[in-house]
Design a protein around this ligand. Sequence first.
Ligand SMILES: Cc1cc2nc3c(=O)[nH]c(=O)nc-3n(C[C@H](O)[C@H](O)[C@H](O)COP(=O)(O)OP(=O)(O)OC[C@H]3O[C@@H](n4cnc5c(N)ncnc54)[C@H](O)[C@@H]3O)c2cc1C
Length: 456
Amino acid sequence: MKNKMLKQLTEIVGKKNVSADKIDLLHYAYDATQSTYLPDFVVFPENTEQISHLLELCTEYRMPVVPRGAGTGFSGGSLPISGGVCLSMEKMNRILEIDTENLTACVEAGVINYDLQQEAERLGLFYPPDPSSYKYCTVGGNVAENAGGPRAVKYGVTKNYVLGMELVFPTGEIVISGSKNMKDVAGYNLKDLMIGSEGTLAVITKLFLKLIPLPPYRSVLQAIFSDMREAARTVSSIIANRIIPSALEFIDGPCIRAVEDYLHIGLPEEAQAMLIIECDGRKESVEAELSLIEEVCKKNNAQYVKMAKDKEEEEFLWRARRSISPSLNRIRDGKLNEDVVVPRASLPEMIESTQRISKKYNLPIVNFGHAGDGNIHTNIMFKKKSEEEKRARDAMREIFETVIRMGGSISGEHGIGITKQDFLEKQLGKESIEIFRKIKRALDPNNILNPHKMKL
Ligand SMILES: Cc1cc2nc3c(=O)[nH]c(=O)nc-3n(C[C@H](O)[C@H](O)[C@H](O)COP(=O)(O)OP(=O)(O)OC[C@H]3O[C@@H](n4cnc5c(N)ncnc54)[C@H](O)[C@@H]3O)c2cc1C
């Protein structure tokens, strides 16, 4: 059957766009969770019609199909856990149009986020969604996860920029939902149902996106604290002072030390927290906002505050934040990287809870992330293949329970996939999961598209 299927897949996408070779399959067997599941085939469609034929074929064989952008997901969404076809979007990577009159873009779903940002900026326009993986991840993957990023605090997340999309449903129908119009309420709003659906309901092939004018000026400030709670309080005070920076990122003490150990750039190793705060807009208003933010930091006992003087210093201040992921390996070789979110004013309480849980389970827990959204990446560090692994999972469960009790969510941006599916019902209740399953059955009656994810 495998040979027959390979032959039919080849007829649809061409010989160069399909492989069942083990080495190729290994390249598409992982994502950022570091788990590995081999697909049976990997295909690289070049257009929407090929995807439609491919889904019809897989329906006939009841063969799982897993859409894949760049595989940077943190929740296992693109892992082929039941084998089947890995549908890589990497060849559908064209920016089809940047409309400078209507301020919209039309792109294929495999376009890299950074490429779109660069092209928009070249024309004086701005596509704000900026997951920290923006140099690698695809816009289709961003829509499927409703990705955010540092700028979400001011500009919102991916969903705020999606005007319309072309979709292929698991039974092969090609549908366009929405358009490049700023307003469009004709019919059910399928596009919004697809945002954050993690590749379980349809394959997104094309996107109509909103662009905005590029802010003329931006500047960055770094504040260091000897008490983590004062840093967390500063975040809520900035927002309470009616200032919305374009980024408001938090890094805790253990993270600062891990980054310093990795980069040796002179970060204060005794510090307990650091905030990186960026404002953008007209120069005068950016300067006024940053000087008010400086005051708020000082009122909350910041040890020192440093304002970037030029682009080079800005880049330097951001470097620590961008180097967190690789530097954490110095603490332990294993990590559970969660992205919990709480109402912004509850941030100090939430960080204190993770410190208590860290002590209780005797494991390092480091916190960093998009504090301005109340969205913190809580990393529980453990030694792989040791008894620490079980303790880390117990600590994770307790963090999720705490966050749900505080009215927060188990995921602000990474999605559910396989890593958090056991906790979804706890947050949303049985009834919600049952409704999700009804939607899944209606759109994917043979359960071939990314099956067994999100508790579906
Ligand atoms: C270092 C690092 C930093 C990160 N920082 C952030 C961050 O700041 N904010 C954030 O939100 N995330 C972040 N992430 C997570 C990740 O980059 C995002 O979830 C991103 O949106 C995934 O895009 P991708 O193209 O890699 O998708 P993949 O990982 O390939 O897929 C993710 C999900 O989308 C589905 N999918 C992909 N393409 C399609 C399509 N065309 N149609 C239908 N379904 C599709 C897949 O089936 C899967 O379920 C980070 C990851 C890393 C490794």
